[in-house]
Design a protein around this ligand. Structure first.
Ligand SMILES: Cc1ncc(COP(=O)(O)O)c(C=O)c1O
Length: 395
């Protein structure tokens, strides 16, 4: 046993694909202690800083006292507590949808929705830069999968047009389009209005993954559809509580019939224990904050503008980032990892991202901003990025 796996691990190390854990002491905040070093955290998804918000902590404590630590069964057996339903109603109201269903993680939400809505006889169109949970859901579904070039609406149309010719023969074949709203490694935004138009034209189902858009894009952080002013009731929204909302879990919001169907079909919902009640309580508190304290969202965007402008003035290539996720493209994998180490030594934590997470030659430092970063921290980070970038001849 040991020999087999040690050999595999050595292979990973040799090919530069070995991954190691860092250890953070204390809460996930703008500055943290990693492996004994105080650093500015430039890579968390705690975009609004809510993971340490007093109202979320208070809600969790009260629920812990009232309901205990765990749900201890799946929702359909004996784990469906009133707080799960409260959270689903709160999410549906927030998203302006008829209904919502919560899953224990965003990963499970994607697996659940994709494998329920598409099966062996169906077709899924998926953006080439979609998240791994979408890729896994597509594979598990057994459906025919068409990966389209990043944000290429023309190609989606072409695939559906070709498909339409055979559609007459097989009218029960479902066509599903799925896209990240905000792409997790590039920070750009999907052209949702155009994709929605094509989906409607060809009777395809459209799912948007708002893992990185929830709490960030659109009025009160309602997500990608709100950002574009899309009110189409047929759009299926996936989102997570685990990033800007500072807790844990995923959700699907949409029409009541779709949600009812998922309750009956989604295996990651049916065969897994329901979320702990304290987590649900803090997620509800987080949604309340999005609506009551929009200044936090604005603060995040101010930080994004300051940091991105700073990077671009220094000559970094931030690709097409339009959001709080801002890559710094370096290209070469070894140089990227050396740069990540150098900035860590100088008090900045932002990891190098390399293949297979990103394509060959597209290694990068992936940074993400938080509302809780101060201007002083952002400027300090820019100073380090300038020094080290020049020293290593990246800029
Ligand atoms: C685009 C996207 N979708 C889904 C997920 C999965 O969400 P979670 O971390 O809540 O499982 C992630 C998180 O990494 C993501 O980036």
């Amino acid at each position: 046993m040991d020999q087999t796996f040690t050999h595999e691990i050595e292979e990973l190390k040799r090919s530069g694909l070995y991954r190691d854990l860092i250890r953070i002491i204390g809460p996930i905040d703008a500055e943290v202690s990693i492996d004994g070093k105080e650093v500015i955290l430039l890579s968390s998804n705690n975009y609004l800083g809510l993971a340490t918000h007093p109202k979320l902590k208070e809600a969790a404590s009260l629920a812990l006292e009232a309901y205990g630590t765990g749900a201890c069964a799946s929702r359909l057996i004996a784990g469906n507590m009133e707080i799960h339903e409260d959270l689903e109603k709160r999410v549906a109201r927030f998203k302006g949808c008829q209904c919502a269903i919560v899953f224990s993680t965003g990963y499970m939400a994607n697996i659940g929705v994709i494998t329920s809505l598409a099966g062996e006889n169906d077709l899924i169109l998926s953006d080439e830069l979609n998240h791994a949970s979408i890729i896994d859901g597509c594979k598990l579904s057994g459906a025919q999968i068409e990966i389209y070039p990043h944000k290429d609406v023309g190609r989606i149309r072409e695939i559906l047009m070709q498909e339409d010719r055979s559609y007459a023969k097989n009218r029960s074949k479902k066509r599903l389009i799925i896209t990240d709203g905000v792409f997790s490694m590039d920070g750009d935004i999907a052209p949702l209005p155009e994709i929605m138009e094509v989906a409607n034209q060809y009777g395809a189902i459209l799912i948007v993954d708002d893992a990185h858009a929830t709490g960030v894009l659109g009025e009160n952080g309602k997500g990608t559809a709100a950002y574009f002013g899309i009110k189409d009731e047929n759009l299926i929204h996936m989102g997570t509580f685990s990033k800007a909302l500072g807790t844990l879990g995923g959700f699907i919001a949409g029409r009541e019939a779709v949600i009812e169907y998922l309750r009956n079909k989604a295996r990651s919902f049916i065969f897994s224990t329901a979320l702990p009640p304290s987590v649900c309580a803090s997620s509800i508190a987080a949604v309340d904050i999005l609506e009551k304290e929009p200044w936090i969202q604005k603060r995040l965007w101010d930080n994004v503008t300051r940091f991105k402008e700073g990077l671009e003035n220094l000559g970094y290539n931030t690709l097409d980032s339009q959001t709080q996720i801002i890559p710094m493209l370096i290209g070469d994998t070894d140089l990227t990892m050396e740069f990540a180490k150098a900035i860590f030594k100088r008090g900045i934590y932002a990891p190098g991202i390399r293949p297979p997470t990103v394509p060959d030659g597209k290694s990068r430092i992936r940074t993400s901003l938080m509302a809780s970063h101060t201007y002083e921290q952002i400027d300090r980070a820019l100073d380090v990025l300038e020094d080290e970038g020049k020293r290593l001849r990246i800029i």
